[in-house]
Design a protein around this ligand. Structure first.
Ligand code: ATP
Ligand code: MG
Length: 572
């Protein structure tokens, strides 16, 4: 492809609304443009990258025995009513009506569609197991679309669904997908951390997320450098470590704390360490209200709470509800005399003479102890922190890092197959629900994550496996007949050998061309300049920034070797 003809609208300035490097670089390199909040269109270079990632995913899915299908993005309400998710999916789902007022959604995910098809078409144990997948557009009305294609409202996902006869079968399918994901991300040049993820109230280690460590990631990962334990923050378990506390129990005492509501304000006002406070948070779990206690310097882990309460929906109670339940303004809730159920984090068990809200506006109580109120249950209800020991090996404290979730695999069990009556007949003629797993990879987010991990001040450094082109041939002065002739010969020769190659035939200064080549991240740049007088040209590796001079005659052979060496880095 000639750069003079390529639709590659690069930008010199950094777009002002882009906050993170991948977003900036995808816009600057002319890979994509925004159409509306969270909605992007892909231009030729960007689309080539997405297709390459898709192809890697496709090859590895096929290798693992999964079969590609294509569901519709538009789905009728009735399908989602069968699983019960039409009502509970919430505002993230785009819902629309047809001309006859029938309701539909634009698929945010496809468990329903796959289960429906399999239910109707697969009936016998002879037809199982099956792993089906698609590469399909998903629509999610995210609360906060941001960071370009990291969190957008229309995106491409590879989603796979496995159907097995029993748990052992599911374990095998799950392992196949897990291994395929490891290969996919390696081939994409991504360094991923695989972490245990929450599975809801069912528990067990039945879900993993594939995380790309990055300071711009929206997820947090806790991991242990000693034993390799890794879990996302929602899931990471806090040990219940007994603390010996020999303090004498003191007398409860009300203190006047006018307008002092937050822990920070209290610490300053009372001059007492945050560890000596107990926070009382009021939550609405489905239709009931509960209070949750954690130490002043801790955060409630809502996933753990939701699982403990077996709630479908969990949210902080509204201001009105808090005021009604506590009889005080927000900021003064406390466990003493509270009429709703109280759940407390394990750590609270070992505290004595702590400070809590008094359920009376502008007052707190000092020297409160466990005997002063009733706890329904103590449990692990807080987020893990850097001060916590690894819950697996206990040998050292965990490290907490941010990460970008690029893939997620999940054992679903019979949640959908029971709802859809998706059963098979076993060898004895008995009907049993199939056991399902689901497996997703965000294609666009993967592209953005690669850029986050592989860029420098000059632009993107694409791994050769996903680069839009492998080589860019740059004649320094296109008007120089000799340079132009040699450049086109090398370009055409590389093309014949199956190399994906660009030639920058624009009548531009060399500096402009070099800048663009670096910005769009082409792995190899072949420069044809004055040195052709000595029969030499230059080949530069974008990743290592190393340049070598080679003879014109052996140049193509040399470049082919370099490409192969570079590709070997991403082999699995
Ligand atoms: P998140 O917690 O980031 O919202 P999720 O748990 O909703 O992700 P899944 O439903 O498991 O994600 O989707 C599978 C994959 O799809 C994710 O791992 C991610 O790579 C991608 N993905 C999810 N939501 C978006 C989005 N809004 N924009 C781009 N990619 C997304
Ligand atoms: Mg989401």
């Amino acid at each position: 492809m000639k750069v003079s003809e390529l639709f590659m609208p690069t930008m010199k300035e950094t777009p002002s609304d882009a906050e993170i490097e991948s977003h900036k670089l995808m816009l600057r390199s002319g890979f994509m443009r925004q159409l509306s909040s969270g909605i992007y269109v892909y231009l030729p270079l960007g689309y080539r990258v997405l297709r390459k990632i898709e192809n890697i995913v496709r090859e590895e899915m096929d290798r693992a025995g999964a079969q590609e299908v294509h569901m519709s993005a538009l789905m009728p309400k009735e399908l989602w009513e069968e699983s019960g998710r039409w009502a509970v999916f919430g505002p993230e789902m785009f819902k629309i009506k047809d001309r006859n007022e029938r309701e539909y959604c634009l698929g945010p995910t496809h468990e329903e569609a796959f289960t429906y098809i399999v239910r109707n078409e697969v009936t016998s144990y002879r037809d199982l197991p099956k792993i089906l997948y698609q590469i399909q557009t998903k629509f999610r009305d995210e609360r906060r679309p941001r960071f370009g294609v990291m969190r957008c409202r229309e995106f491409t996902m590879k989603d796979a669904y496995s159907f097995d006869m029993n748990e052992e079968g599911l374990d095998i399918s799950y392992k196949k997908m897990y291994d395929a994901y490891v290969r996919i991300f390696k081939r994409c040049g991504l360094d991923v951390k695989i972490v245990e993820a929450d599975t809801g109230a069912m528990g067990g280690s039945n879900s993993h997320e594939f995380m790309v460590p990055s300071s711009v990631g929206e997820a947090e990962i806790a991991y242990c450098k000693a034993c390799g334990y890794a879990a996302n923050l929602e899931k990471a378990e806090c040990l219940d470590e007994p603390v010996e506390n020999t303090e004498e129990i003191k007398q409860m005492q009300e203190v006047y704390t006018p307008n002092v509501r937050t822990i920070e304000e209290l610490v300053n006002f009372l001059n007492i360490d945050a560890k000596r406070f107990v926070k009382t948070m009021i939550y609405k779990a489905d239709d009931r209200f509960v209070a949750v206690l954690v130490r002043g310097d801790r955060e409630v882990n809502e996933t753990k709470l939701k699982n403990l309460l077996k709630a479908n929906e969990l949210e902080l109670a509204s201001v009105e509800d808090v005021e009604r339940i506590t009889g005080a303004k927000v900021g003064f809730a406390g466990p003493v005399g509270l009429s709703i159920e109280i759940y407390a984090d394990n750590e609270v068990k070992y505290l004595k003479n702590f400070v809590v809200g008094s359920n009376k506006t502008d007052y707190h109580i000092k020297n409160v102890n466990l005997s002063d109120f009733k706890v329904t249950k103590f449990a692990d209800l807080r987020n893990i922190t850097q001060d916590d020991l690894c819950p697996k090996c206990l040998s050292q404290k965990v490290t907490i890092e941010r990460g970008i979730e690029v893939g997620h695999i999940f054992k679903l069990g019979t949640k959908y197959t029971e709802a859809f009556n998706c059963v098979y007949t076993d060898e004895k003629g008995e009907k049993k629900p199939m056991i399902m797993g689901c497996y997703g990879i965000g294609i666009n987010r993967t592209a953005a994550a690669i850029i986050e991990q592989m860029h420098d001040e000059d632009g993107i450094i694409w791994p050769i496996t996903v680069a839009p082109y492998e080589v860019i041939v740059v004649p320094v002065n296109i008007k120089d007949e000799q340079q132009s002739k040699i450049a086109f010969e090398i370009y055409e020769d590389l093309q014949k050998k199956g190399v994906e190659v660009l030639i920058d035939d624009r009548d531009e200064r060399a500096g402009v061309k070099f800048k663009d080549a670096d910005l769009i991240g082409i792995p190899f740049r072949v420069t044809i300049g004055r040195k052709i007088a000595d029969g030499r040209i230059e080949v530069r590796n974008r990743r290592t920034k190393e340049s070598v001079e080679v003879d014109i005659e052996s140049a193509v052979e040399f470049i082919l070797n370099l490409i192969n060496e570079e590709k070997a880095r991403y082999k699995v």
